[in-house]
Design a protein around this ligand. Sequence first.
Ligand code: G1P
Length: 289
Amino acid sequence: MTKRVRKAVLPVAGLGTRVLPGAKTTPKNMLNVVDRPILSYIVEEARAAGIEHFVFIVGRGQGAIEDYFDSAPEIEQTLEAKGKTEILADVRRDLPHPGQMSFVRQMAPLGLGHAVWCARDVIGEEPFAVILPDMLMAAERPALAQAIDAYGKVGGNVVVVEPAPEGETHKYGIVALEGRDGRLNRMTGMVEKPPLGTEPSNLFISGRYILQPEIFALLESLPRGAGGEFQLTDGMAQLMARQDFHALEYEGTTYDCGDKIGLLRANVAFALRRPDLAAAARKAIEELL
Ligand code: G1P
């Protein structure tokens, strides 16, 4: 029996360099895809996978995230007075139950490994999920739920991967597999941002992880890795000496919203999936083309 995954860590402190200047005053994960911030979709995905507690690792100037997940009395009262019940329900949809969200400050941008380590006291001694909120994943069964299903089968640690675009493996964490049979395979190694030509496979770590709490002790004493940052991949590679890791190629489509074109693609794709907007969106796009 595996222990249930109840908590998720969402490292959101990144500067959003690829989507500046917009990300200067709006945290990059608060940029809209159609009419909701990216984080709204991410929280929805996590809830659908049974996550009950969200641990945001935030940086300075990201108060908008906390405000978004709080009630907004002026807006709500106005909508109520005007009888705009549908919009009101939509505004309230993302609100957590009291106590379901924690915000931890990462005081310096020292890397993903450091960001996850900042969550150690809030996570405690239980398995947890890590979600990279830049990566919006559209899937019939939500990506994190697929990862938790896989974890239920194999236990240990599970990392979602997918084939990297040709010639781009050096931008990501890349995994090595024991063999490739179906979508869930045992891993034998992983490396962060390997120089081109040295990558152990074409599969990159794309942003959903199920990890055991033993990772925290390893993150604590991690040497700096790729880019001079404390890398989660290096911590996981160490944990692999003691615990099982499986890579899951999930079924769905990933949009990298930390990137201009990725964000544009997500906007187009999510508008086309919305029953209330699809026809008008298609017409607008066709006219532009
Ligand atoms: C991070 C992770 C990397 C992963 C990538 C996915 O890198 O360190 O392993 O493949 O996210 O986007 P970053 O994008 O922060 O450089």
